[in-house]
Structure formats: C-alpha cells, structure tokens
Design a protein around this ligand. Structure first.
Ligand SMILES: OC[C@H]1O[C@@]2(CO[C@]3(CO)O[C@H](CO)[C@@H](O)[C@@H]3O2)[C@@H](O)[C@@H]1O
Length: 461
C-alpha cells in the first residue's frame, strides 16, 4: 500500500516550512497534479491528498493557491490564545508571561497587506473555474495567525484596530462540500471569505480577534455554521451571509465585539437557532435586503456595555433604537428567544430613549411569538483585566432596577405581522389595525375576585 498521497510539510524536499510554508504547500500541490493526471483510471484517478502540519510555527510568505479537489490540509492544534489581551498588557510585563503567541500547528501570515477584503491578502486562495465545481477541500485543526493589526488613522493603538488587509482563507469560485473544521483564526482582518458555497460546513472552529470572522458572499445554499466560538471586531461581522438559501446557523457561541453578530442580506429559508449571542452594541442580528422565511428561534441574546478599558468609547455607531434584532423581509418567524438588555440607563442613546429589542422595518407577515425580554438598569463598571471584567459583568444579576424598553417596534413599512406574547401592551409599538397583536398579560390586571397584593391566599394541600 502506497502512502504517496500523504505529505508532511517538515519532510518535503522543496523549501523550508518554517520560513515559507506557502512555497512548500504550493510545491506539494504541483506534485499531486503531476502524479494524479488520469480522470478515469480503474474507476478513479484523482483521490487528492493530505498535507500535514505538525505543531510548530510556520511563516507564510507566498500565497497558497488551491485548484484541486479532495485536498485536506490538517494540523494538530488550533492553537488559540488571546493576542488582544496580551498586546494590551504593558510591555514590561511580557517577560513574565508563560507564552506570548498563539501555538498549535500555526501558520503565521507574513504577506504584504492586501486591500481589505481582496484575495491578494489571503494566506490560502481557492480558485478554479470550469466543471465540476471544486469539491471537498478541507481545512482541519490548525491555526492561521495574522500576527499584528496596523494603525487605522484613529487614536486607537494599532493592535486594537482590527485592520491589516490579511485574510485566512479566501474561496473565489463556486465550490461544493468544503469543510473548515477545528481551525483557529486570529488577528486577521477577514478570517474566512467564501463565495458561492454549496453544502459548506464551518464547524467547531475558534475564530476570534479578527475584523470579520465568516463572510459567505455571492450566493449559496444548504450550508451550515455550527458549534463555533466566534467574535469579530467592532468594524466587522461575526457572521455575514448574502443571497444564501437554506443556511443553518446553530449552537454557536458568538461573543463581542462585532458590529453585528449575524448579518443577513437577501438570505431566505434559513435558520438561526440555539445560538448564544453577546454584544456590546445594538444591531446584533440583522435580517436585511428582503431576507424572508427565516426562523430565528431559541437564541439567547445578551447586550451589555464594553467592560474592558482599552475599548471604552468604541462602538458600532448605532443607537439603542436600532433594535437588537432588526428585520427587513417577509414571513420570518422569531420565536422563543431570550433577550437580556443589561444597560446603564445613563449610557442609552438617544438620551432617555426606551431601547428597542425587536424592530420590524420593512416587509409583511412576520411572526413574532413568545420572546422574553429582561431589561435591567445597572451601573456599568470597567476593568483593565479583560477576563475579570467580562466575567464580573456576566455574573452580575439581581439588585438592579428595570429598564423601560420597547420589546417590539413595527414601522409603518412593515405590515400584517403577528406579534404574540412578546411584551406587554405598552412595550409593543405597532399599528393594531395593520398588525395582529396579543400583548403579554401584566400582573397588575385585576378582574373581579382577583387576588390583590398584600392579601393572603390559602393554598390547598
Ligand atoms: O470572550 C471570549 C473570548 O474573548 C477574547 C477575550 O476578550 C476579547 C479581547 O479583545 O474581547 C472580546 C470580547 O469578549 C473578544 O473578542 C476578545 O477575545 C478571547 O480571549 C476569549 O476567548
């Protein structure tokens, strides 16, 4: 049995993987193409190959170009550790840190900065025209690290800017059955940009401290984003998708500070379910551009304030009337979500406004039912310690006053919606002649014979 389709970058004779793993991988791909030439030989011919990256630091100075199917690039360790926290530790303390850099099987992107969002700044570019679409390219269990961010012209320290023109993986042409599994992405302006995806699986990755994490562009169908830990920067999206149908986004833990956690543009018949979403800004989930017939169900939304000193004052430019969930489209179902809006009332913008939780902007026929909104007014605290600040903020409950909110706001451009049990009468702002509204009952409602406060009730045993 021959193992010629298994390559280890550290034993390949061309190039030096620690100096330029791009040159090594391109040379391996050329070898696979030289050897696998027959399209139909003994019922096969082009099985593809595995390229293995043992744990180690590998600089990438040449872009990898993938134009063959059935290629799996795999490592042993996604290697994430926070660079953001480390870069915000005073330099004189770095000598005492156990480690400074991400680890695992780690590709260090040393390409010159490309234009943001452009494929020239990508470590891995996948591109092939013709038929069939390139299939089953898999990335598994290694780390892609952009290393540094660069100044963005603002007051922010360069390492907090989330820009550097680098992309981890850029798929330019139509593709089928790709897998991005168990990877780590860090300090890239764009972690993953994938055009024209069909049956793509983005599963169990750690994609954090990147300008934007996942962007599904062009169009696509039947793909899934499941079980990932994700958190973009304040200029980008944690998950963005355009013109996708049948997209499944489930069981992700999406932490701050993305400008939005999930942003759909023209996405239809897709599901956003059972995700845990945390954001420091309004506009957490946006269904825009006539996104229709989507199911947004049983997600947990938490919106609170930035607690970490280096990013105080940074936001995404949206005020609290924007909505945590904002819908432009028809016949979407928004069912059984929990919203925690935990704000310092003094920080609400515009000053004195009642923040909006669900905002229906355009469209018709949306069904908003059984959503539970908890809105609290807390005194915002901050700390120099990122982890301590975030955990303290997360665990603070109780002893706070309620915050007046609009749980559902229906603009005049959206009509014939059904809104059930998603806020009391005063919390749901909607034209009752154009929408069906059933308010959540309030406790103060006292029909004849009802129990009044202070009155004791005998409970039968
Ligand atoms: O909250 C989980 C993750 O957040 C950290 C730590 O905190 C950071 C530092 O910039 O703040 C953001 C908001 O939480 C995260 O994107 C980012 O990365 C990871 O170190 C951590 O794994």
């Amino acid at each position: 049995m021959s193992h010629s389709n298994y390559y280890d970058v550290t034993t390949w004779p061309v190039g030096n993987p620690s100096e330029d793993i791009g040159e090594v991988i391109n040379s391996i791909i050329a070898d696979i193409k030289d050897r696998q030439t027959a399209t139909d030989e003994n019922d096969g011919g082009k099985p593809g190959a595995v390229i293995y990256l043992p744990p180690g630091d590998y600089h990438l100075r040449t872009q990898v170009l993938i134009d063959i199917s059935f290629l799996r690039i795999q490592g042993s360790g996604h290697g994430f550790t926070s660079s953001s926290i480390r870069f915000n530790v005073p330099k004189d303390e770095w000598a005492g840190l156990h480690e400074l850099w991400p680890g695992g099987s780690r590709v260090i992107v040393d390409l010159p900065p490309g234009a943001a969002g452009d494929s020239t700044g990508a470590a891995f570019l996948i591109e092939r025209e013709g038929s069939p679409r390139i299939s089953s390219v898999e990335f598994s269990n290694f780390c892609i690290d952009g290393l540094h961010f660069i100044p963005d012209g603002s007051e922010l320290p360069a390492e907090n800017s989330y820009v550097n023109g680098k992309t981890g993986i850029y798929v330019a042409s139509a593709n089928d059955s790709f897998r991005i599994n168990g990877m780590g992405f860090i300090y890239l302006e764009n972690a993953l940009t994938i055009h024209k995806a069909d049956a793509l699986s983005i599963h169990d990755n750690f994609i954090a401290e990147c300008g934007s994490c996942i962007e599904l562009r062009g169009w696509g169908q039947a793909s899934k984003i499941t079980d990932n830990l994700i958190g973009a920067g304040f200029k980008g999206h944690s998950i963005y998708a355009e013109n996708h149908g049948g997209l499944l986004i489930t069981a992700n833990n999406i932490f701050p500070r993305g400008a939005s956690s999930i942003h759909f543009d023209g996405v239809t018949r897709s599901s956003v379910s059972n995700n845990r979403l945390h954001s420091f800004y309004p506009g957490m989930v946006i269904l825009a551009g006539n996104s229709s017939e989507n199911l947004v169900a049983t997600n947990h939304f938490l919106r609170d304030h930035e607690p970490w000193t280096p990013f105080l004052g940074v936001d995404n430019g949206r005020n609290d009337l924007f909505g945590l969930l904002r819908v432009s489209g028809n016949n979407n179902s928004v069912i059984g979500n929990h919203f925690s809006e935990v704000l310092d009332a003094r920080g609400v913008r515009p000053t004195g406004a009642a923040p909006v939780i669900v905002r229906l902007v355009e469209g018709a026929g949306n069904f908003v039912s059984n959503n539970h909104v908890v809105a609290l007014d807390v005194r915002a605290e901050s700390s120099d310690s990122c982890f301590a600040a975030q955990v303290d903020a997360l665990l603070t409950t109780g002893a706070s006053d309620g915050l007046a909110v609009t749980t559902v706001l229906v603009e005049s451009g959206s009509a014939r919606n059904t809104i059930l049990d998603s806020g009391n009468d005063a919390q749901v702002i909607a034209d009752r002649r154009a929408n069906a509204v059933r308010a959540t009952p309030t406790i103060s409602f006292e029909p004849e014979g009802a129990v009044r406060s202070g009155q004791t009730v005998e409970i039968p045993r």
